[in-house]
Write a protein that binds this ligand. Structure first.
Ligand SMILES: [Zn+2]
Length: 149
């Protein structure tokens, strides 16, 4: 199992910790294994997970039911169902290109959320001493109140 070769998207900010790609789902909701190709002598092999390989044709992978954005951080986007009737005899890469870019859009949104979260965390870390002192102030106030009452 594991992952085969496929095109990935990375950002300068997050590098390989958030590398996105087009993921494939089969009709039963499972993720297919990479398709292994042997070179002519059989001495070398390559495993490929590129979504266009899952077209159900001979020597390819099982036919994909849906595409979704995936990320190296384990995030997965919503599935985009593939209409194979619409694709018909056209090249999957061309016909499914719209779905692939929808996956990219989902991943791009994910990266936006990650970036926002990262900025928020940095801000909270800087604010921590301030929060600690305000907790102390509340404790002191409660104690005083107990004494007087
Ligand atoms: Zn991610």
């Amino acid at each position: 199992m594991g992952e085969g070769e496929r095109e990935t998207w990375t950002t300068e900010e997050f590098g390989s910790s958030h590398a996105g790609a087009v993921g494939v789902l089969l009709a039963d909701g499972t993720v297919p294994a990479p398709v292994v190709f042997l070179n002519s002598s059989g001495s070398d092999s390559r495993s490929v997970s590129e979504w266009t390989i899952y077209d159900g044709e001979p020597h390819g992978g099982p036919r994909a039911a849906a595409l979704r954005g995936v990320c190296s951080c384990a995030w997965t986007g919503p599935g985009h169902t593939i209409d194979w009737d619409e694709i018909a005899d056209r090249e999957a890469e061309v016909a499914g290109g719209g779905l692939a870019s929808a996956c990219y859009g989902d991943w791009d949104t994910h990266i936006g959320e990650v970036a926002r979260w990262t900025r928020l965390t940095r801000r909270l870390v800087r604010k921590r001493p301030v929060r600690r002192s305000s907790t102390k102030a509340v404790t002191v106030w409660r104690k005083r109140r107990r004494c007087s009452g």
